[in-house]
Design a protein around this ligand. Structure first.
Ligand code: ARG
Length: 496
């Protein structure tokens, strides 16, 4: 088939330039959406009195045939086509002739067409990621339920800091991921706006009904300004950012898991299905799937930077640069979805070694702040208590002991030395401060690891997630309604 779009030109692309220029490869995932967009547009044109009933019927039949051929895997689309838009219009014309088939592209440009296709792919992918993400959050909350009293050291600077629980740790990620979910949801509304009908940049003389195509394609609203609808790619950048931010969060958790999977920590062990071994060291059990999540985060960040760089210098209006945005956008969406799915499986099946966590907490020096806070109860100012405790820690370090091995007398002596006062220090101060259970029970601030507080927090998160899942079902129903609208119109206008 000769090119549809080169009538003004006297030479073809040479083969190398054609391969360089074409977008058919990245367009393939838009194939069916492109057909649906064309069907909606042409149905609307008929309803507006632009395409006669007979012609519409022929066009729709041809489009449906092409869709079936595509589904049956019968089509091969080479670099001789600039894109899937040219291919499909060309095939319609091949099937029913240019007199009727040539009406297909009336009042439309590839510039609004490609935006419709990209948005339909993106919104479907966003819903898939939303679903995967909701399952990940659900999994995290379920695991948290079983670890309200799994005492664990919390670290800052990689150093032992304070007492927490594994549930406390997990809810921290549930919260970050719920924010990712909310970002995705807000982004979805900005993606799901219909650019169709914007023409190349400035609209068309034909009285289009843009609300009707929105209804047939399941868009919530119109992306009104024709310049914005064809030029703007901020929604794609935002989508990539949502993906990047989400990946950044699971990548941090991945870093913890990789560390905790070491023999030295031994806090967690991945199920074999999510582990690999070594080609030479048979003892190895590598948390490689989790390492890959961290690695692939770089890929998604790359896609975001790629998109932002591609669009920043493009003047207003369509330029071919924008064709390339699809490649980065698809990569961000694909990698994010698969990463979230794999991560969910790994978390759901991993073993948590609560004994190792407890033993580490028991033999640590995280009781220091506990001592200080108990001294505040005895009437010291915080800074006094801090200085006393630092001296107590030095006694332990110099004597090669753990905090647990010190006595109340060590504390009393240091109180006197630092403050010059005789203070009534609780008789069990060392025992209570260095016992992880006592330390945990003493936590009172909202958001800390106290099991009662954490129980409340997990329940509240489950409720929030439940609302998101309902809303997600609603979004899916709206897409189905769009599909049904198109199906009904196809049945109405395809004369047998
Ligand atoms: N293949 C193009 C893309 O993916 C479609 C839009 C082309 N528009 C144009 N005026 N050449 O962006």
């Amino acid at each position: 088939m000769s090119s549809l779009f080169r009538s003004r030109l006297s030479k073809k692309f040479d083969d190398r330039t054609a391969r360089f220029h074409t977008s058919v490869v990245e367009d393939l995932r838009m194939f069916e959406y492109d057909i649906e967009g064309t069907e909606a547009h042409d149905i609307m044109l008929h309803e507006q009195g632009v395409i006669p009933a007979e012609a519409l019927s022929e066009i729709l039949n041809a489009l449906e045939e092409i869709k079936q051929e595509w589904k049956d895997g019968k089509l091969e689309i080479g670099a001789e086509y600039e894109d899937v838009h040219e291919y499909i219009e060309g095939r319609v014309i091949e099937k029913i002739g240019v007199e009727v088939g040539g009406m297909v592209h009336t009042g439309r440009s590839r510039n609004d067409q490609v935006m419709v296709d990209m948005k339909m792919v993106t919104r479907a992918e966003l819903l898939e990621i939303a679903e995967a993400l909701s399952k990940l959050i659900e999994t995290i909350l379920k695991v948290a339920d079983g670890h309200m009293e799994s005492h664990m050291i919390l670290y800052t600077h990689g150093q032992q800091a304070q007492i927490g629980t594994f549930a406390h740790y997990l809810v921290n990620y549930a919260d970050a991921l719920l924010r990712d979910y909310e970002r995705l949801r807000a982004c979805y509304d900005r993606v799901n706006m219909n650019p169709l009908g914007a023409g190349p940049i400035g609209g068309t003389n034909i009285r289009l009904n843009r609300l009707r195509t929105s209804e047939l394609l399941g868009f919530d609203r119109i992306q009104e300004n024709s310049i914005d609808a064809t030029s703007g790619r901020d929604w794609a950048v935002e989508t990539a950012f949502v993906c990047a931010c989400l990946m950044g969060n699971i990548s941090r958790a991945a870093a913890d898991i990789v560390l905790w999977h070491t023999k030295e920590f031994g806090y967690v062990e991945l199920s074999d299905e999510y582990s690999s071994s070594s080609s030479i060291m048979p003892q190895k059990k590598n948390p490689s799937t989790i390492e890959l999540i961290r690695g692939k985060t770089g890929e998604v960040y790359g896609a975001l930077i790629e998109l932002m760089t591609m669009v920043k210098g493009v003047p207003t209006g369509y330029y071919q640069d924008l064709q390339q945005t699809k490649v980065a956008l698809w990569r961000a969406l694909d990698t994010t979805r698969t990463s979230v799915e794999v991560f969910t499986g790994a978390v759901a099946t991993m073993t948590v070694n609560t004994d190792a966590m407890y033993a580490a907490a028991e033999n640590s020096s995280i009781g220091a702040l506990e001592i200080a806070e108990r001294l505040i109860e005895s009437g010291l100012s915080f800074r006094e208590a801090y200085k006393v405790t630092a001296e107590v820690v030095k006694v332990a370090v110099d004597g090669g002991k753990t905090l647990k091995e010190l006595t109340r007398d060590d504390v009393v002596a240091k109180v006197k030395e630092v403050t010059g006062r005789d203070v009534d220090v609780s008789s069990s101060i060392i025992e209570k401060a260095t016992d992880p259970k006592e330390a945990l029970d003493a936590k009172r601030s909202p958001g800390s690891a106290h099991p009662g507080e954490m129980g409340r927090m997990v329940e509240e998160r489950k409720e929030v997630l439940g609302r998101h899942v309902k809303d997600l079902d609603f979004l899916k129903i709206k897409i189905t309604i769009g599909k049904d609208n198109l199906k009904n119109a196809l049945n109405q206008y395809r004369l047998k």
